[in-house]
Every structure is written in structure tokens, then in C-alpha cells.
Ligand binder design. Structure first.
Ligand code: GDP
Ligand code: MG
Length: 216
């Protein structure tokens, strides 16, 4: 509802990760605004959306972070804006147009590392998303998990998401393969469709409820 004075009991930061074009931004659009777009633009930099919900009579604000799935895009070719966003993420004052780059952000690698660590900082949940019609995006999950485990809190709740289950005839990742990976790595697992709205709400509610269970 439109109650802006609503008391928030918890804010949970959840990050979306996975290769480009697997549907991270559309899963977020579906969950936060119940929208979907077939000609979704590649995400540039880092964005987040919030959605407030009630779990166990507590008001939980989910802050879902979304980024480009590729290092080159997350760096957005290190144009001025990249530095500005990196500086904002690092918690410094809103940069001015005449801002000079801090010394520690002078190289593209340093900007990438700063953005990546800010992205994961404070996250209590992560959704590792692959496209079930693209085997490579599933095979890359191990690398995404490695980046996550290298940056995030060790108690982070992680869910593996096989998106685009509406494209069943093009399936390239059997459910059992994903289940096995999830079991081995101790992840929750769900197949979703942002297009058809299948399991999107359930996936977010499951991860948020599990975070709530751990934190409360
Ligand atoms: P991102 O790069 O991971 O953020 O991917 P996007 O959310 O931008 O989606 C990439 C493309 O896949 C877009 O054309 C979307 O419309 C499409 N897409 C996303 N989710 C689904 C889905 O569940 N089913 C189908 N068929 N297409 C999807
Ligand atoms: Mg995106």
C-alpha cells in the first residue's frame, strides 16, 4: 500500500548474479513491478529496486541489486560515470562534475574491484541465475559462485535459478543437473519464467523467508 510512514523492521539486500541475458533484470522487473519486456536493454552499471513485504508479521524491505553479467559492462568502459558510481558505492559524497578520480581508483582493475566489492557488501541473499536454454550460462555458475564466496558474507543465503522455463522445447539444462549442483553447493533451487510469471514471486519469497529465519 501507499503508507510511506510504514515502519520497516528489516532491510534485506539481495544480489542478482549470472551471465548477461539470462533474465536477471526481467526477474527483478517482474518481482518489483510485475512488468516484463522482451526487448530488455543490457544493464549498465549497477541498479537496485525495492519491494516491501510482510513476513511473519514483520515489515521487510527487500533491496534487490542488479548488475551487468560481464566485467566489461560492469566497468562500463570506465567512462566518467563509472568512476562516479564507484565513488558513490564506496560511500563518499555525491561526486561533482569536476571531480577528480581518487588515486585508488585510477586503474580499470581497481574500479572493477571497488564496484564488485561494493555490490556484494552487506548482501544477505544472492540469486545465481542461468538461462535453462543456454548450457554455458549454467556451466558458468561455478565461477559466479566463486566470485560470490570470495566477496560475500559466509552466511549468505544463495538460490540457484534456472530462468526461461517457458522455453521448454529449447531446454539445454536438465532439472536433475541443476538439482545435483544445488545440493552439492548447498543452494536453494527453482526454475522460473519472468515472461510467464512462473515461480518468480515464490523464488523471492523463499529466499527472503529463509534470510528472515536465519536473522531473526
Ligand atoms: P540480464 O542481462 O540477465 O539482465 O537479462 P534480461 O533481463 O535483460 O533479459 C535478456 C533477454 O531475455 C530479454 O530479451 C528478455 O526479454 C528475455 N527474457 C528474460 N526472462 C525471460 C523469460 O523468463 N522467458 C523468456 N522467453 N525470455 C526471457
Ligand atoms: Mg540486466
Amino acid at each position: 500500500g501507499g503508507d510511506f510512514n510504514q515502519k520497516i523492521d528489516y532491510v534485506f539486500k539481495v544480489v542478482l548474479i549470472g551471465d548477461s541475458a539470462v533474465g536477471k533484470s526481467q526477474l527483478l522487473a517482474r518481482f518489483s513491478r510485475n512488468q516484463f519486456s522482451l526487448d530488455s536493454k543490457a544493464t549498465i552499471g549497477v541498479e537496485f529496486q525495492t519491494k516491501t513485504l510482510v513476513i511473519d508479521n514483520k515489515t521487510v524491505k527487500a533491496q534487490i541489486w542488479d548488475t551487468a553479467g560481464q566485467e566489461s559492462k560492469r566497468l562500463f568502459r570506465v567512462e566518467g560515470n563509472a568512476i562516479a558510481i564507484a565513488v558513490e558505492l564506496l560511500g563518499q559524497a555525491r561526486p561533482e562534475s569536476n571531480m577528480t578520480m581518487p588515486d585508488r581508483l585510477r586503474s580499470p582493475g581497481a574500479v572493477y574491484r571497488a564496484v564488485t566489492s561494493a555490490y556484494y557488501r552487506g548482501a544477505v541473499g544472492a540469486m545465481l541465475v542461468y538461462d535453462m536454454t543456454k548450457r554455458q550460462s549454467f556451466d558458468n555458475m561455478a565461477r559466479w559462485l566463486e566470485e560470490l564466496r570470495g566477496h560475500a558474507d559466509k552466511n549468505i543465503v544463495v538460490m540457484l535459478i534456472g530462468n526461461k522455463c517457458d522455453l521448454g522445447s529449447l531446454r539445454a539444462v536438465p532439472t536433475e543437473d541443476a538439482q545435483e549442483f544445488a545440493q552439492r553447493e548447498n543452494l536453494f533451487f527453482m526454475e522460473t519464467s519472468a515472461l510467464e510469471s512462473t515461480n518468480v514471486e515464490t523464488a523471492f519469497l523463499t529466499i527472503l523467508t529463509e534470510i528472515y529465519r536465519i536473522i531473526s
